[in-house]
Design a protein around this ligand. Structure first.
Ligand SMILES: Nc1ncnc2c1ncn2[C@@H]1O[C@H](COP(=O)(O)OP(=O)(O)OP(=O)(O)O)[C@@H](O)[C@H]1O
Length: 426
């Protein structure tokens, strides 16, 4: 499952490299008791087990690249970021970092709980490499960005988790780093602050800064990253286009041992060839045999007009009795952002059941109100515990045709109308 990144195959010049890790390893010594290290030191007899947390990480990141890191809990993501940020020693391998690095690793790390927010900005900023004068000159803008002026002289320990995240992010981003390393820090703040952080990150991206960030939120990965790597068991098991990484990460989460795909007979013919980054997983007692979009006349079509009625459908072949399952459809854009989705739970409908040998058709009738462009349909079925039965991510490409007349950037077309009302002041 390891794919070379475009940059690693494309012969990156030395001047273009922001981060280069080669053969990076992290091994922890695990002892069974608190006394064991002392006994080991005194007797010279080994009393520890080795735990390999990172096992030969090779990763090259070019200047201006935005790279996401995905992986299950315990995969080694935070360990890798800490090593790259220089806050944790590696056990082996080499690292080259070119540029000023700012890392947001653990919430409030480097911040003293008893010091006020203001004192922590000064201390934290200096820890991040700014001079006292530099931090002092940025103090107001940091406080304003964090929106914490009213409590800035209160002790840091009295801040809520979200407030701590705001102060941490605001201080870190003020450094104007060449390389920003972020570990899940954005997930803590409220939605409005998250949006502010994303905008700040976008501004860094526009200025071609390098960003490396860990998130379990796949939408942020596809929205911001050019490339993503998947870490598993301390190794990189995928390194490539962000959308494909997300697809493979879902497969890893929901079905690490994919079935051999059954023969495909999508009604639109070669749909899996048309839709890039498709992945199929599940252990298949219920097998998807066709799926797609039907136009107003009930004919399968690869394209529909904005605002027209259509149906999304899937046909399943049942190989054994299933008491309860859900079926779902998702539409994503080219960056992998989920625009719409529906399943039994979100539709508020009862779970389905099926008997061996049955052919089952499931359909969603809808009016397409998404801006013209190319989108991807994901179809799948799952058991009540969430285990995937047969799931195909990006199974079909759907072309939505029409004209976007007013706001050309908008993705969603609402059933809108514009009104004006004038009333006279008496
Ligand atoms: N000091 C330590 N001693 C021994 N093992 C450790 C130590 N610190 C971390 N580990 C182990 O290293 C592994 C990787 O941890 P890490 O925090 O990097 O994972 P992660 O991918 O960031 O996970 P999560 O998504 O849960 O944050 C875990 O199995 C963890 O238990």
């Amino acid at each position: 499952m390891t794919d070379p990144s475009p940059s690693e195959t494309g012969g990156v010049s030395e001047a273009d490299i922001a981060i280069r890790a080669e053969g990076v390893r992290k091994v922890y010594r695990c002892y069974d008791s608190a006394l064991a290290p002392a006994i080991e030191a005194l007797t010279g007899r080994r009393r520890h087990r080795e735990r390999i947390v990172l096992d030969g990480i090779d990763l090259t990141i070019r200047r201006g690249e935005v790279v996401g890191i995905l992986g299950r809990n315990g995969a080694g993501k935070s360990t890798l970021l800490k090593i790259l940020a220089g806050t944790l020693e590696r056990s082996g391998g080499t690292i080259e970092i070119n540029g000023r690095v700012t890392a947001i690793l653990e919430l409030g790390s480097g911040f003293h709980p008893d010091y006020s927010g203001r004192e922590n900005i000064l201390m934290g900023g200096m820890c991040l490499g700014m001079s006292r004068r530099e931090v002092a000159s940025k103090l107001d803008s940091i406080i304003d960005f964090a929106e914490l002026r009213e409590v800035i002289d209160q002790p840091f320990r009295t801040y809520s988790t979200g407030m701590q995240a705001r102060l941490t992010f605001s201080t870190a981003i003020s450094v104007d780093p060449d390389i920003l390393i972020i570990d899940e820090a954005l997930s803590v703040g409220d939605a409005r602050f998250q949006m502010k952080c994303f905008n700040a990150m976008r501004r860094l991206i526009e200025r071609e800064k390098t960003i490396l960030f860990v998130s379990h939120d796949v939408n942020s990965i596809t929205a911001l990253c050019d490339r993503a790597v998947i870490l598993d068991g301390g190794r990189i098991i995928f390194n490539g286009i962000a959308e494909e990484a997300v697809s493979r990460y879902h497969q890893l989460l929901f079905d690490p041992h994919p079935v051999t795909p059954p023969p495909i007979s999508s009604s639109t013919g070669d749909s899996l060839r048309k839709a890039p980054y498709h992945t199929r997983y599940g252990d298949g007692p219920l097998q998807l045999i066709s799926w797609g979009v039907q136009g107003p006349q009930g004919k399968t079509t690869p394209s529909v007009a904005v605002g027209s009625r259509c149906s999304l459908f899937m046909t399943l072949h049942c190989h054994q009795d299933i008491d309860a399952f859900s079926a779902g459809f998702v539409i994503k854009d080219r960056r992998g952002i989920i625009l719409w989705g529906l399943n039994n739970y979100t539709a508020g409908s009862r779970l389905f059941a099926a008997k061996q040998g049955e052919l089952i058709s499931i359909r969603v009738d809808c009016t397409i109100r998404i801006a013209p462009g190319e989108y991807f349909l994901t179809v799948g079925t799952a058991l009540p515990d969430g285990k995937r039965i047969d799931f195909i991510e990006n199974a079909e490409s759907i072309k939505i045709e029409g004209e976007v007349s007013v706001i050309t950037d908008s993705l969603v077309c609402m059933d809108e109308s514009l009104h004006m009302k004038i009333s006279r002041k008496t």
